[in-house]
Design a protein around this ligand. Structure first.
Ligand code: PRP
Length: 215
């Protein structure tokens, strides 16, 4: 039997995913120990689990270096890889939004060259160009995007809103919701054919747990 390989997005989501995997009989204790190790092998179950930078998870899955990936919908949309999105885990629920200073709320669609700061240039471009049919200037940032409208770098931002605390504490408001987000299981297209039974079995077990948790 070949190894079934999982790529998990490092951080809180990986920890929550490990809890789920443990509950379906895939031990992850070794991974939970604080260390710099990135890949874990379970010889008995013929499993490999590795931790990757969030934005790289779809890449590993597309190329077949991982059969299965667990990653946020935001990353799936931004990376736009040729992978199969199989299951919504309902973890890490949040929203992709357009936000900014309250005085800009009614002006953003009237601006001729709206400056949009974001960590998600592809999602922002898709939204403004293709859904709003509006020409905008995308300014790519790598974090603390909420700063951009405050210091005059942009007219608005496209970013994740979870609790809304970061916006509120910085005097910003949501203008529009682009889409809801949550963690998803993605699968390599070839693995889906070659390892169909094992993958379906894992999905069914996880689906069962999610249903149980809802009760
Ligand atoms: C994310 C996101 C927002 C914030 C939203 O940033 O980009 O800034 O969390 O969460 P909230 O609505 O609960 O306040 P992250 O913490 O990943 O840091 P970063 O901005 O440095 O990327």
């Amino acid at each position: 039997m070949r190894y079934l390989t999982f790529a998990l997005a490092k951080g809180r989501l990986a920890e929550q995913t490990m809890d789920l995997l443990e509950r379906i009989g895939m031990p992850c204790e070794e991974m939970k120990e604080k260390s710099r190790k990135l890949i874990f092998v379970n010889e008995d179950l013929k499993l490999k689990i590795f931790l990757a930078k969030t934005s790289d998870v779809p890449t590993y899955v597309e190329h077949g270096a991982a059969d299965i990936g667990v990653v946020g919908k935001d990353t799936i949309m931004e990376e736009n890889r040729n992978i199969y999105e199989m299951l919504d885990l309902g973890l890490g629920k949040c929203r992709m939004c357009v936000a900014g200073l309250p005085e800009m709320k009614d002006k953003i669609h009237k601006c001729h060259s709206l400056r949009v700061a974001t960590k998600y240039p592809n999602i922002a471009r898709e939204y403004f160009y293709h859904q709003m049919h509006q020409t905008v200037e995308i300014i790519k940032l790598n974090g603390s995007v909420e700063l951009a409208p405050i210091v005059g770098l942009s007219d608005c931002i496209v970013d994740i809103v979870e609790s809304g605390a970061t916006l509120k504490e910085n005097g910003l408001v949501v203008f529009e919701e682009i889409c809801p987000l949550s963690a998803r299981i993605v699968v390599n297209r070839v693995s889906m054919k070659m390892e169909r039974e094992r993958i379906i079995d894992v999905m069914d077990k996880i689906r069962g747990l999610l249903k149980e948790d809802l009760k």
